[in-house]
Design a protein around this ligand. Structure first.
Ligand code: NI
Ligand code: MN
Length: 228
């Protein structure tokens, strides 16, 4: 399984039988150097409706005839853009051709904001996701604060957990340290940092601190494929 991290929460995964990108925020993401046209995936998972997570999902879906998987309200909204969708919801899972995808809770918002009309369209619950690819179980927490039910993820026996550390909009490094202890993944990878001034963090320091607790962690480079 190969992983390419585009910065922020955008994680692209290529397995033997399928490829998927989670929260494909490329345009406007200062860390992303890969052109949207160079993202070739079969599936897109969107954790919630904020624009730094929907990102370029519509264009990538259209370029690749890819299916967008998202919580029901968000999936419905995306379907109005003329793309294929598969709605799921919190606690639900579905066995796709490449493996199972299960939606987990997240404590955050999920909305589209129309600045011009000063309207906020709410799109149901935000989410995290657990997906199986090449026998690996991967958790992407989405945008969330720390919540104690993360302890329940231990039974999923996760191989990799992507956890936000940016603070301000999501949990910060202190809470993400506790999250890393609770989810008990074999490896923790920090996300959602340094994209905006208010989420400036040192991911290396975070990984150092989780390693002191006996948890393996890694800071992924931006825009490069790494094998896990
Ligand atoms: Ni958000
Ligand atoms: Mn975000």
């Amino acid at each position: 399984m190969k992983i390419r991290y585009h910065g922020h929460s955008a994680v692209e995964l290529i397995g033997d039988n399928a490829s998927i990108i989670i929260d494909p925020f490329i345009t406007g993401n200062a860390h992303a150097e890969v052109a949207v046209e160079e993202v070739n995936v079969d599936y897109i998972y969107i954790t919630h409706g904020h624009e730094d997570h929907i990102g370029d999902a519509v264009q990538i879906a259209k370029n690749n005839d890819a299916t967008i998987i998202a919580p029901y309200e968000l999936a419905t909204y995306m379907s109005w853009k003329g793309v294929k969708v598969h709605p799921l919801h919190i606690g639900g899972s579905f066995a796709f051709d490449f493996g199972k995808v299960k939606v987990t809770p997240a404590f955050h918002g999920s909305s589209i904001i129309n600045e011009e009309n000063q309207e906020i369209m709410y799109l149901g619950m935000p989410s995290g996701v657990i997906l199986e690819l090449d026998g690996n179980k991967i958790y992407h927490a989405g945008d969330t604060g720390l919540f104690s039910d993360m302890k329940l993820l231990e039974r999923e026996q996760l191989d990799v957990a992507f956890l936000p550390i940016g603070d301000n909009f999501t949990m910060g490094p202190e809470d993400a340290l506790l999250a890393a202890e609770w989810v008990k993944a074999k490896k923790v990878i920090p996300i959602h940092y340094n994209t905006f001034p208010v989420i400036k963090q040192d991911p290396y320091q975070y990984v150092e601190r989780i390693k002191e607790k006996g948890i393996d962690g890694e800071v992924l480079p931006f825009n490069d494929w790494v094998t896990l």
